[in-house]
Design a protein around this ligand. Structure first.
Ligand SMILES: NC(=O)c1ccc[n+]([C@@H]2O[C@H](COP(=O)([O-])OP(=O)(O)OC[C@H]3O[C@@H](n4cnc5c(N)ncnc54)[C@H](OP(=O)(O)O)[C@@H]3O)[C@@H](O)[C@H]2O)c1
Length: 412
C-alpha cells in the first residue's frame, strides 16, 4: 500500500506518518525499487497501533520505546508491563491535570450562571492588601476599603495631589463625582501614585443632566482614564433618576461599574427606588457623623445589606463637632486627634468613610485610625451626641435646580 493510500484509509497526513517513522513510533517501512514507502500488512498494524495509542494519550516517546522493545527483541511480558505501568502513571497525571482544570472551569461557569441569573457580576478581590486596611464586604461579594479619600470642593490641582499622596501613603479608596469637575485630575493622581489600577477602589457619581445620556458612563470612564469604576452612584434623586438608575444597572451588567449606589436618596426616594431596582445597590452615600448617624436610613439599608458611605464624616470640618469633650478625652486616651477618634467611630459603626482634605498631614492622620478600637462604652458615649441634626438640608427647590444644572467638566 502506498503512503497516499494509508493516509486516505486512516485519515492522517503523510507528514504525520513520516514523523512517526522518524521518531520510531512505527518501525522503518520498506521501500520499493523507486524509493517509495511500501506499507505491508505488518506496517499497517503498527500504524493502527500508533493511531490508537496516541489517541489514548500515550506520548510519542513512550510509544517509540514500546516499538523499540519489540524491534530489539525485548518484547517480553515484564518489559512491556513495566513500560505500560509507566505510561499509565503518565496518563493518570494528565487526567489529574484535566480534572483540576475542569474544576476551575466549573467554578467559573457557576459564577457565570449566577451572574446571568442575578444580573450582577461579582469579582474576586485581590488577596494582596495594603498594610492593615480594614475592608467592608458588600452584598455582591466585592470588598471596599473602610477608609478612603474624598475630593469634594477640591480644585483639579488639589485633587490630583491629594489623591496621589493618599495612594502613596496606603489609601486604596478614592471618591469623586462628575459634579466636582475634577475626575480627570483624580485619574491623573491615581496614575502618578504608581499604585496599580486594580488595587484602587474608585467611586464616582453621575450628575442628573446625564441621567438620560446613553454615553454618560463612557464619558465618565474617559474623563477618569479607566475602563471601569468600582462604584458608580447617582449623585442626586433629581431629573429622570429612574432612567439614570437603568444606566447604572446596565454598567453593572457590562462590568463597567463593579458596584452601584445612590447618593442622597433618603426617605421617599429610596422607598420608590426599592420598587424599581432590578439590581439592589451596594452603597448609599449620605451625610453621616456623630450628630446625625442616620438611624432611620440604616434600618432600610440593613434590610438589603446596603452599606453606608458617610459624607461630611467630620461635619465638613466643623470645629464644634471636633471640639466635643468626649472626643478630646478619647483622643488623649488613645494618643490620637479628635478627628481620628470620629473617623474610628464611623468605621466601628460599619460605615465606609471618605474624609476630604487638602492637607498631607490630615490625609496621613485620617488613615492612621486602624491601630486602635473604641470600647462599647465609648461608642455609647459618642452615640449620646446624636442630635438628629444635619449640616446640609436640601430643599425641593434645590433639587429641581440640580436637574437643570450642567457641570463644566474639565476638558484637559
Ligand atoms: N454625595 C454627596 O452629595 C456628597 C456631599 C458632600 C461630600 N461628599 C463626599 O464626602 C467627602 C467628605 O466630605 P467633605 O470633604 O465635604 O467633609 P469632611 O470630610 O467631613 O470634612 C472635610 C474638612 O475637614 C478638614 N479635615 C480633614 N481631615 C482633618 C483632620 N484630620 N483634622 C482636622 N480637620 C480635618 C478638611 O480640611 P483640610 O483640607 O485642611 O484637611 C476639610 O475642611 C467629600 O470629599 C466627597 O467625596 C459627597
Amino acid at each position: 500500500m502506498t503512503i497516499k493510500e494509508v493516509c486516505e484509509r486512516y485519515g492522517i497526513s503523510a507528514d504525520t506518518l513520516r514523523y512517526y517513522e522518524r521518531t520510531g513510533v512505527i518501525p522503518p517501512v520498506g521501500r520499493t525499487g523507486g524509493g517509495i514507502r511500501d506499507y505491508t500488512e505488518q506496517d499497517i498494524s503498527w500504524v493502527e497501533n500508533a493511531i490508537c495509542m496516541r489517541g489514548a494519550g500515550l506520548s510519542v516517546e513512550t510509544l517509540a520505546e514500546y516499538v523499540r522493545l519489540f524491534q530489539e527483541g525485548d518484547g517480553t511480558v515484564p518489559a512491556r508491563r513495566a513500560l505500560l505501568a509507566g505510561a499509565r502513571a503518565d496518563l493518570a497525571a494528565q487526567l489529574e491535570k484535566c480534572r483540576e482544570t475542569l474544576e476551575k472551569l466549573d467554578y467559573k461557569i457557576s459564577r457565570y450562571d449566577e451572574a446571568m441569573k442575578t444580573g450582577v457580576l461579582t469579582w474576586d478581590a485581590p488577596e494582596e492588601r495594603s498594610g492593615n486596611m480594614e475592608w467592608i464586604t458588600l452584598n455582591n461579594g466585592q470588598k471596599c476599603p473602610a477608609v478612603g479619600i474624598g475630593t469634594f470642593m477640591l480644585t483639579p490641582a488639589e485633587a490630583e495631589s491629594s489623591v496621589r499622596e493618599a495612594l502613596r501613603m496606603g489609601y486604596r479608596c478614592v471618591d469623586t463625582a462628575a459634579a466636582y469637575c475634577n475626575e480627570r485630575a483624580v485619574g491623573r493622581g491615581m496614575r502618578q501614585s504608581g499604585v496599580r489600577r486594580e488595587d484602587v477602589f474608585l467611586s464616582t457619581k453621575l450628575w442628573p443632566c446625564d441621567y438620560e445620556n446613553d454615553r454618560a458612563v463612557d464619558e465618565t470612564l474617559e474623563r477618569l482614564g479607566t475602563d471601569y469604576v468600582d462604584l458608580l452612584y447617582l449623585h442626586q434623586p433629581a431629573g429622570n433618576w429612574p432612567a439614570g438608575y437603568r444606566l447604572l444597572e446596565r454598567a453593572c451588567r457590562e462590568g463597567r461599574a463593579r458596584s452601584i449606589g445612590v447618593s442622597n436618596f433618603e426617605g421617599r426616594y429610596l422607598a420608590e427606588l426599592e420598587t424599581r431596582w432590578e439590581i439592589v445597590p451596594q452603597f448609599i452615600q449620605a451625610e453621616a457623623h456623630p450628630y446625625f448617624p442616620q438611624d432611620e436610613l440604616r434600618k432600610t439599608l440593613d434590610k438589603y445589606g446596603v452599606r453606608l458611605m458617610a459624607w461630611y464624616p467630620l461635619g465638613h470640618g466643623d470645629r464644634a463637632l471636633m471640639e466635643e469633650p468626649v472626643f478630646a478625652d478619647l483622643a488623649r486616651k488613645y494618643g490620637k486627634t479628635s478627628a481620628q477618634v470620629i473617623l474610628r467611630w464611623h468605621i466601628q459603626m460599619g460605615f465606609a468613610v471618605i474624609p476630604g482634605s487638602r492637607s498631607v498631614d490630615h490625609i496621613r492622620d485620617n488613615l492612621n485610625i486602624l491601630d486602635f478600637s473604641l470600647t462599647q462604652e465609648e461608642m455609647a458615649a459618642v452615640a449620646s451626641l446624636n442630635k438628629g441634626v444635619r449640616y446640609y438640608n436640601r430643599t425641593d427647590q434645590q433639587l429641581a435646580g440640580f436637574a437643570g444644572w450642567r457641570p463644566q467638566y474639565e476638558t484637559e
